[in-house]
Ligand binder design. Structure first.
Ligand code: ZN
Length: 272
């Protein structure tokens, strides 16, 4: 079944006080695959969260950024999207930065729900049954829907990628998305290896869409919005492709032992 990317994401407002946007927008790529976007009026990070359902369990990747005011209804959104289904839940994280795990507490103690650890490679490895870290992978069976999980540290030491065999979606968190891909110089070696790991994976698997955790590029190639903006009219589409995974690896391989800011049409490698 083709995925439905025909969506206008909420993208903040010039005047957030007058905005009628939902706190979290939801969009179904297919009947079992949901993308959630947090409002830019609540957090300039405006992260994307992913909810994938199989016949036995559902997997949520990330729980959002702290809203500047009011609640962030992640749990009730997930419950609403999957109402009427008899599922266990796994709440995982792309990585441990604060704009990806704010609503974790909403899921602790929730019936039939396990929340993945976030800040220990050993604990993450044990939780998913990864065969190694960072060179290893795990399979998570949602019931008729298998996910492949593998480490991609570098942007942050506990980062993972998630590939959905049913849809061909590769979830890349903050390692690859249409925006400013940040990496500290000290982590450059790890980051390069992860870019290679992603490219090798994409060359060996039917990756159809690459979905990250943010949008920071405009529709104009090479041009990003100013960091921290609350309003992103004409923002880049969310979805990238296999070619971007290959491109990121080529950029990394072309650079030496020190990362250099590199502007491409759809992302900007940004050393910090
Ligand atoms: Zn991050």
């Amino acid at each position: 079944m083709a995925l439905n990317f025909n969506v206008q994401w909420i993208h903040g407002a010039a005047n957030c006080a007058a905005s009628t946007d939902p706190r979290i927008q939801t969009h179904a790529l297919d009947p079992d695959t949901f993308v959630l976007r947090e409002s830019k009026c609540l957090s300039f990070e405006a992260p994307f969260l992913y909810l994938l359902a199989g016949s036995q369990r559902a997997f949520l990747l990330d729980t959002g950024a702290r809203p500047e005011s009011g609640p962030l209804p992640v749990r009730e959104t997930v419950t609403r999207l999957l109402s009427g289904r008899n599922l266990d839940h796994v709440a995982g994280h792309s990585h441990s930065h604060g704009d990806h795990l704010f609503a974790d507490e909403q899921f602790r103690g929730r019936p039939r729900t396990r929340v993945a650890p976030v800040d220990s490679p050993a604990a993450i490895r044990a939780f998913y049954g990864l065969s190694g870290w960072p060179d290893g992978s795990a399979s998570l069976d949602l019931g008729g829907r298998k996910l492949t999980i593998f480490p991609i540290p570098g942007h942050e030491p506990h980062h993972i990628a998630v590939f959905d065999q049913r849809t061909g979606i590769l979830l890349t968190g903050d390692v690859l998305y249409p925006g400013m891909l940040t990496v500290r110089t000290a982590d450059w070696g790890e980051y390069k290896k992860s870019a290679k790991r992603l490219a090798d994976f994409a060359n060996a698997n039917p990756v159809a869409h690459v979905l990250g955790a943010h949008i920071e590029m405009t529709k104009t190639p090479k041009v990003a919005f100013p960091l921290g903006t609350r309003f992103q009219p004409n923002e880049h589409v969310l979805q990238l492709g296999k070619q971007h995974v290959i491109e990121l690896n080529q950029v990394c391989e072309s650079l030496g032992p020190t990362p250099v800011r590199t502007v491409r049409d759809d992302f900007i490698l940004t050393p910090q």
